[in-house]
Ligand binder design. Structure first.
Ligand SMILES: Cc1cc2nc3c(=O)[nH]c(=O)nc-3n(C[C@H](O)[C@H](O)[C@H](O)COP(=O)(O)OP(=O)(O)OC[C@H]3O[C@@H](n4cnc5c(N)ncnc54)[C@H](O)[C@@H]3O)c2cc1C
Length: 389
């Protein structure tokens, strides 16, 4: 496959090194986890020990201090090799909120331990069952009582909560009043999950169509020190928003990796599978959907690179990050669908890994942001159309 040429480095050495690590985790490894719905502990441990998950943490705090494009190359390559970053990608970027808005003391306390893997910051508690995408309507409250917050409420889809030491939580600290914007009065609080478990925090796993270690979490008078507040009280929504472009770009890179995996698998099979005495790939009915998905993947890949280029120039590329995420998620799911179709019945067989990857990549149409909400962002913020909600 051709690589897109832009100002963004190709990171060939980094990709080679990661591909070697991923080779230790072939399809059979992921298939077994998928069957048991269990967490890829060995994979995540090896990535952590080798420093892959701390590449965005500045060197002063023990990370590698690499730019977002390096992290995108890591996530893309991981997925292109058939692995899945869903189990650990949050360790890479959730710390961004702490890095940008935390106090010096908080950064000194947590970042070196996150960089070394001693502390896992894998859980991100924003979504709630009743408010959904309407984050300002969330109901979890954190009420001050002396030098503690008392937290009550519920989060849903809090992924990796069972495999994390810390959770970045968004909760309402100022009750909503009629004269207030509903995104005001929310705060980001770092929750020590090990202390919280059985002391006001309950975690319940949710079984999903793919293996994603996601959960619902319940807060029942959970007490957290006020010193765990990140930044200023009431400004949490803004802090979470500042990290969203990076998250969307990295997820888009994962989708590009998935699309490349599907396209490679499909192409190889189309060449080798003979029906009616010739390779199925000789039929344009097989060639054209594959060629189209390749073209769509390349276009999406360029948009990811454009988003990265602007991000690294210090811009806040909401338009490019959102478009990149949407196009890449569409490209990966289209590639998944073409892969199943080209494999005929074998596309449904577990041992080919296609049906599993198909289920895994379907998620990105919905999370971390659904396609409709991206279209809505483009309509309102790029095209200047009236807000629809
Ligand atoms: C496996 C998984 C892991 C996740 N991990 C996390 C996590 O770690 N932390 C976390 O906080 N969240 C997480 N999420 C939540 C995820 O971000 C949300 O599911 C996603 O943002 C959609 O929100 P929702 O499910 O509440 O859908 P809703 O907001 O209920 O929306 C349902 C549908 O309606 C559409 N819709 C809603 N409003 C509009 C509108 N105004 N115009 C047009 N269409 C609209 C949406 O696009 C969507 O298709 C995860 C979700 C999943 C499934």
């Amino acid at each position: 496959m051709t690589e897109s040429q832009t100002d963004v480095p190709a990171y060939a050495d980094l990709r080679d090194a990661l591909a070697k690590l991923c080779a230790n985790y072939p399809g059979e490894y992921w298939r077994k986890l998928d069957r048991d719905m269990s967490y890829p502990t060995e994979f995540v441990d090896e990535l952590t020990d080798a420093g892959w998950l701390s590449i965005l943490i500045p060197e002063t705090y023990g990370g590698s201090g690499l730019p977002l494009s390096a992290a995108a190359a890591v996530m893309e390559e991981m997925h292109a090799q058939g692995c899945n970053g869903g189990a650990c990608h949050a360790q890479m970027y959730t710390m961004g909120t702490l890095l940008r808005h935390g106090s010096d003391k908080q950064k000194q306390t947590y970042l070196p331990k996150i960089a070394s893997g001693e502390l896992r910051l894998q859980a991100f508690g924003v979504t709630e069952p009743t408010s959904g995408t309407d984050t300002g309507a969330l109901k979890t409250t954190a009420v001050r009582d002396g030098d503690e917050f008392v937290i009550n409420g519920q989060k849903i889809w809090t992924s990796r909560a069972e495999h994390s030491d810390l959770m970045l939580l968004l909760a309402r600290t100022t009750p909503l009043s009629a004269d207030m914007k509903k995104t005001h009065g929310l705060s980001v609080i770092l929750v020590d999950m090990q202390k919280a478990k059985n002391n006001g925090l309950t975690i319940r796993p949710i079984r999903t169509m793919m293996n994603h270690a996601t959960t619902e979490v319940f807060f029942d008078d959970l007490r957290v020190p006020v010193e765990n507040l990140i930044g200023e009280e009431g400004k949490g929504f803004k802090y979470i928003l500042t990290g969203m472009n990076a998250e969307r770009i990295l997820i888009a890179a994962e989708c590009i990796g998935d699309a490349k995996w599907f396209i490679e698998k499909t192409t190889a099979y189309a060449k080798e599978r003979n029906v009616f005495g010739r390779p199925i790939g000789q039929n344009q009915g097989i060639q054209f959907p594959l060629a189209k998905t390749y073209a769509n993947m390349r276009a999406a890949e360029l948009m990811v690179k454009e988003a990265l280029r602007r991000y690294e120039l210090g811009e806040n590329p909401g338009e490019e990050a959102n478009i990149a995420k949407m196009l890449a998620a569409d490209a990966s799911f289209e590639a998944a669908n073409v892969c199943v179709q080209t494999h005929g019945g074998f596309g449904f067989a577990e041992e080919y890994d296609i049906e599993r990857k198909f289920r895994e990549t379907r998620l990105y149409q919905v999370a971390p942001i659904s396609t409709n909400l991206i279209l809505s962002y483009i309509s309102e913020h790029v095209l200047g159309l009236p807000r629809s909600y």
